[in-house]
Design a protein around this ligand. Structure first.
Ligand SMILES: Nc1ncnc2c1ncn2[C@@H]1O[C@H](COP(=O)(O)OP(=O)(O)O)[C@@H](O)[C@H]1O
Ligand SMILES: [Mg+2]
Length: 416
């Protein structure tokens, strides 16, 4: 998470921040020497907890950790041959969904025999397997088999320990005395992505996270005011597709600046002056829009590395190793919730799932629309185009949300 000082510097207040030129595209570098493979560093307690969990000779190597998955490789050598075992796959253990099943398992302790509770956890996770398989097939049909790595998701009982659960920082109620030695986990064996010369991540994040501070503290009031103004501006442009009233003189450069401030991760993409990259981006964004409208599934665009444009031998290609949201989340559901929210009596609150679904749907719409604008290559010096003429992803139900109340709901559920 970026710190507060950094966030403040990126909040534009119309009229207060001088308009900047679109950054000059740096010369495109070619034939760059391949960077040496860096050894990933993980928190010592996590590494140690995992090493203690299974005998070392069977321990896969921890390659990455995202917000949901521990990603392992099994590249140990076959004894005496120098050959690698399984060099083409990664083994992804979904610790987030496993933790949800574990919470339920612990909460039911004392009511039912352990084996029954383990089977219930297994059943719960198996439902997710069916949904995920369907979603992967759909994703592959829209984006191609090269972009969406082949995978097999299953439920497997694997060793578990109090230390590993604690190191993953998932708050589990009183796990120590109630943990079995093994627990069912959602595991995906996925084709390993090839090495690239370059990659650009096409993600946003939950802008709502910028409200993380305590609003009532005096020193935070101004920060909050600016964040709300910024949030409202991003919502207006990228969800409702309107420019602010005082924006007659907005140019393409103002829209670029807003995108760069909203999702700093997209700045690298915006600075590239590479027609082949923009062509690939335009094709990918059009597919994302069609996928969203036709299947109704909400892509997971809230974390780095879920959707990438990758370059190998001077060719750009999309790669989507983690674009599916867990606990299937659809735009139909989000629209239902948006309408429900508009009619919510003042003394009632949204439930947690509603907040999470809306937050994801809003982020995905903003990211796809920001990418759409980047792909269209508007002239930074010309007046900003009429946003209604751009083939944005638009859902009427998301217009006219009460943003102040929305922010209060986020605070109520403590999502910041
Ligand atoms: N198929 C894969 N091949 C190579 N690396 C991968 C693959 N899948 C994931 N990774 C690496 O692991 C990281 C986290 O994986 P991801 O699937 O995004 O997990 P999470 O759901 O936790 O975000 C990725 O950013 C990437 O670096
Ligand atoms: Mg991810």
């Amino acid at each position: 998470m970026r710190n507060q000082a950094e966030i403040i510097t990126v909040v534009p207040i119309p009229g207060e921040v001088p308009i900047q030129e679109r950054p000059q595209a740096p010369a495109v570098k070619r034939n760059i020497a391949k960077p040496k493979k860096k050894k990933m560093m993980f928190p010592a307690d996590l590494t140690q907890a995992l090493e203690l969990l299974v005998p070392l000779e069977h321990l896969p190597e921890l390659m990455a950790k995202g917000g949901e998955h521990l990603v392992f490789t099994f590249e140990e050598e076959k004894p005496g041959t120098g050959e690698k075992r399984h060099p083409n796959i990664v083994y992804k253990v979904n610790f987030a969904q496993t933790a949800d099943a574990l919470k339920e398992f612990i909460a039911d302790a004392g009511h039912q025999p352990e084996e029954d509770r383990l089977r219930q956890a297994e059943q719960r996770l198996k439902q997710e397997v069916g949904t995920r398989r369907r979603n992967v097939q759909q994703l592959r049909s829209y984006f191609g088999k090269d972009a969406v790595p082949a995978e097999q998701t299953m439920v497997r009982r694997l060793p578990i320990s109090f230390e590993a659960v604690r190191a993953l920082k998932k708050p589990i109620v009183a796990p120590k005395k109630n943990l079995p030695p093994e627990f069912p986990m959602l595991v995906t064996v996925q084709r390993k992505m090839p090495e690239f010369d370059a990659k650009i991540s096409l993600s946003g994040y939950y802008l709502e996270m910028n409200f993380r501070l305590d609003e009532d503290r005096d020193e935070n009031k101004e920060y909050f005011r600016r964040q709300k103004q910024f949030y409202a501006l991003c919502y207006l442009v990228f969800v409702e597709q309107r420019l602010p009233k005082d924006a007659e003189e907005w140019t393409g450069a103002d829209l670029d600046r807003l995108i760069a401030q909203m999702y700093p991760e997209l700045q690298g993409l915006m600075q590239k002056d590479d027609p082949a990259l923009l062509d690939e981006l335009a094709d990918l964004v059009e597919r994302m829009r069609r996928y969203s409208e036709e299947t109704g599934n909400v892509l997971d665009l809230a974390a780095p590395g879920n959707v990438l444009l990758t370059e190998k031998d001077e060719r750009w290609r999309p790669m989507m190793p983690d674009a599916i949201l867990p606990n299937e989340c659809t735009f139909d559901e989000a629209r239902l919730y948006a309408n429900y929210f508009k009619r919510l009596p003042p003394d009632k609150h949204l439930d947690y799932r509603t907040v999470i679904v809306l937050m994801n749907a809003l982020n995905t719409v903003r990211v796809i629309n920001a990418l759409m604008l980047i792909a269209l290559q508007r002239d930074p010096d010309k007046p900003a185009p009429d946003l209604k003429t751009i083939p944005f992803l638009h859902f009427e139900e998301f217009d006219n949300l009460d943003l102040d109340r929305w922010i209060k709901e986020l605070a109520y559920h403590n999502v910041f």
